[in-house]
Design a protein around this ligand. Structure first.
Ligand code: FES
Length: 79
């Protein structure tokens, strides 16, 4: 598997808490989109992206896995 699986056709908005670590699914196989559930371990090509926010925020996280600004949606799903 050299490309991630398209997990969705639109971003998912989530409430993120300041200082907390999150793991965005980069492979697209997680059943808990947009977050990693460990499914990437089967193929081993992808690893989740660890990220956090500096302030509490509601953000749109990418599910098409084509964003150039992971974990955030950049509108690529529309192309
Ligand atoms: S399940 Fe996709 S990166 Fe972990």
């Amino acid at each position: 598997m050299d490309k991630p699986v398209r997990a969705g056709d639109a971003p998912i908005r989530v409430d993120l808490e300041k200082g907390k670590d999150y793991y965005w699914c980069a492979c697209g196989k997680s059943s808990n989109q947009p977050f990693c559930d460990g499914s990437h371990k089967v193929e081993g090509t992808f690893k989740p992206l660890k990220f956090s926010v500096e302030e509490d925020a509601n953000k749109a996280l990418c599910t098409c896995k084509g964003t150039k600004n992971p974990p955030y949606c950049d509108g690529t799903h529309r192309k």
